[in-house]
Design a protein around this ligand. Sequence first.
Ligand SMILES: Cc1cc2nc3c(=O)[nH]c(=O)nc-3n(C[C@H](O)[C@H](O)[C@H](O)COP(=O)(O)O)c2cc1C
Length: 304
Amino acid sequence: MKPDLKVDIGGVIIKNPVMVASGTFGYGEEFDQHINLNALGGIVTKSITLEERPGHPAPRTCETKAGMLNAIGLANVGIHRFIEEKLPFLEKFDTAIIVNVAGSSVAEYVEVCRLLESAGRFDMIELNVSCPNVDKGGIEFGTDPEALTKIVKEIVKATTRPIMVKLSPNVTSIVDMAKAAQKGGASSISLVNTLVGMAIDIRTRKPMLSNGTGGLSGPAIKPVAVAMVHKIFGNIDIPIIGLGGISSWEDAIEFMLVGATAIQVGTANFIDPTSSVKIVTGLEKYLKKNKISDISQLVGQVRK
Ligand SMILES: Cc1cc2nc3c(=O)[nH]c(=O)nc-3n(C[C@H](O)[C@H](O)[C@H](O)COP(=O)(O)O)c2cc1C
């Protein structure tokens, strides 16, 4: 018997729980030659802002012992070019399209969502309120529960699509932030975005990144992310999408056991562009081997 890998993300049924994370998969096109995009549960685009952004000057990434630091500065083509040049490519695929939206004011987020409303096919909006690498906007909505509820409420009014709110781990109480997102009308939450980090080149005595600090991602942050999903599970009624350091199907199951309905693969895409599809195959094999008919049966099943 073929196990059921479908999961329900706040009203959107996706064919399997494996999505690719924002900023690590471009606009999808970049990976088309490496993997079958139709095999994925969903594709989350790079964060889109109202205007095109060049981002920070190089160097904007550096490798660390168990991951990487990045301070890209939300480089992206802007909403108009995204709708004209990028969305038509993505629409062709039989996978959920999640457009990640960022901004520096409530008005900017709302305007991007409003413009998307009449664009082509996409299934959900992921709200990036958690980018640690820009001076203005993003992170302040992601660290203040009241500001978060307020912005989510405004965006819910501007769109018919379900909203997935992406939370920052750089907060005192992740549970309060998850509750604030739900209060605003989020259909699901995703976590984590990167953790603030820094690395110094001791020869030049300068930071490795032009921005000084950056966001840490990859295997190093996985236990932090697993603990945060675990903390939130049971405190909200909307699905949790877990991410942070996932590079194998075993990692994906770990996240699901602590309460993630679905997962996203980020930094692992840079190491092995086929890792996301390998995770889908691995999950299917695991379910068959363990005679689990429906992947949702794993969600929150961690034992004490
Ligand atoms: C190079 C790079 C660029 C990123 N850009 C974005 C972005 O534009 N928007 C966003 O919400 N997250 C962005 N992220 C964060 C990832 O989507 C993800 O939350 C984070 O890297 C943790 O997952 P991982 O450890 O699997 O990479 C970026 C991460 C990296 C490494």
